[in-house]
Design a protein around this ligand. Structure first.
Ligand code: IMP
Length: 438
């Protein structure tokens, strides 16, 4: 059973969706297993642009099964909006005829109070003079917090039991109104408008009329799929450096966004995976707060941002840009057990006279290739660069590895060597056709 996992090795936005889209044809099932509508990727094919957030790329391919598995936190309003938008772009129903969409009944639901908590906690951090995490304000962290805390969590399967759901929403809503009311009052932030439990329960049960048919036990489905020899493509969200346990804490998301998250998020043991494809951009970007060793706050950074259109798909925020951080990416590749590499957005580096790879950090007077476990140390680290010659040619029209300029190939091979992985794909533009198989 060829199961493949596609993982971002940086801080998200590595263009994983593009490689997932390309690999989808080779798999029966495409599974998204973590995060929520904080993620966003753009898939371009047949001249149409699809902005996906929660929907796995497989949902655009007739005959596939697209799974939103247990580790995802689900904002049903956001999912339905996304399905409506995809239908408009597709010019037909999503999922299309012959395509199956399955959503885990164990996935946790995001409610309006999670968005309010996300905003209040970020503001509080700012008011206290701390650097904000810079979340997407989609309620992701507060929903995962409730999941871990258990006492005030509601799962998608509860939507199928309307009486229980109403009771549960009333209990949780009462508590959240007390909590948010007290937070607002103590921060002197004016009046808090309490949430109306009945209105929310009605609205969510309305969503359930559309989503109900897709809700199921996806863990059982995926394990049966494994047993019956179906091939599964696991589509990660965010990037390894945003992993809650192994990333640049606290400037991370609230789930295991490295390769470590496949098993808990989907229920499918990692021994079933035969390829762990790590995806990196040809340079580094990060949105939100937190240390970023190779950040370029200069003309070069601006040039990368403009050429790479480095503005968030979800929030539109400008992304922080810098040279390729091989110390971070190598750590992520080892952590995730990556055995194949895809480098995206190579074309963004076209026309640079020279290109740089950060191959070590200088920290406390010592040179190291180990990634620091504490954000304070990371903030102190300075990059040690290997400088390579750039290339003046436009790579966007290259369709084979041999078409690429020699200096671009040397750059790619250096990245793969430093990461200790085999280079499999190179992206030279947003279209499906602009993916080179090495
Ligand atoms: P949250 O996931 O909204 O809680 O945000 C936590 C951190 O992860 C913030 O720095 C976000 O900018 C970042 N983040 C979350 N999702 C993505 C993503 O899909 N791409 C890049 N960064 C993300």
């Amino acid at each position: 059973m060829p199961a493949t996992s596609v993982i971002g090795l940086q801080w998200g936005d590595e263009a994983k969706g593009k490689f997932v889209d390309v690999l989808t044809d080779q798999h029966d099932v495409v599974c998204r297993y973590l995060g929520g509508n904080n993620a966003g990727h753009t898939v371009v094919f047949d001249g149409k642009t699809f902005k996906l957030s929660l929907l796995p790329a497989g949902v655009l391919h007739p005959g596939k099964t697209a799974v939103i598995a247990t580790g995802v936190v689900l904002d049903p309003a956001a999912l339905l909006n996304e399905m409506d938008r995809a239908e408009q772009s597709m010019g037909g129903p999503v999922p299309p005829e012959g395509t199956e969409l399955l959503i885990s009944d164990r996935a946790h639901l995001i409610f309006p109070w999670h968005l309010a908590e996300d905003a209040a906690l970020e503001t509080d951090r700012g008011d206290a003079g701390q650097q904000k995490i810079g979340t997407t304000l989609r309620g992701i962290g507060p929903c995962y917090r409730d999941k871990a805390g258990r006492t005030h969590a509601v799962r998608a399967g509860d939507l199928l039991r309307p009486d229980r759901f109403r009771r549960r929403v009333a209990e949780v809503c009462a508590f959240k109104n007390r909590l948010l009311g007290a937070m607002t009052a103590s921060a002197g932030k004016g009046d808090f408008e309490p949430f109306d439990a009945d209105e929310i329960a009605d609205r969510y049960l309305g969503f359930a009329e559309r989503l109900g048919p897709y809700l199921t036990d996806t863990t059982a489905y995926l394990l049966n799929a494994v047993d019956s020899g179906k091939s599964i493509l696991f589509e990660a969200a965010q990037g390894s450096m945003l992993d809650i346990d192994h990333g640049t804490f606290p400037y991370v998301t609230s789930s295991n966004s490295s390769g470590c998250g496949v098993h808990p998020g989907s229920g499918v043991p990692e021994r079933h995976l035969d390829t762990m494809l790590g995806v990196v951009k040809a340079y580094s970007t990060r949105v939100g707060g937190g240390p970023f060793v190779t950040e370029l706050e200069d003309e070069t950074g601006d040039r990368i941002r403009t050429r790479g259109n480095e503005f968030g798909t979800v929030t539109g925020r400008p992304r922080r840009c810098g040279w390729f951080d091989a110390v971070a990416a190598r750590y992520a590749a080892r952590l995730s057990g990556v055995d194949a590499l895809a480098v995206s957005l190579l074309d963004v580096l076209d026309g640079f006279e020279e290109v740089k790879i950060c191959e070590a950090y200088e920290l406390n007077g010592q040179r190291t290739t180990d990634f620091p476990s504490h954000a304070d140390d990371l903030a102190e680290a300075t990059p040690v660069y290997r400088t390579l010659p750039g290339w003046s040619e436009d790579t966007t029209g290259c369709r084979t590895y041999a078409d690429l300029p020699a200096n671009a190939r040397t750059y790619l091979e250096t990245v793969a060597e430093v990461l200790g992985t085999e280079l499999k794909y190179v992206g030279v533009g947003p279209d499906r056709a602009q993916t080179i198989r090495v």
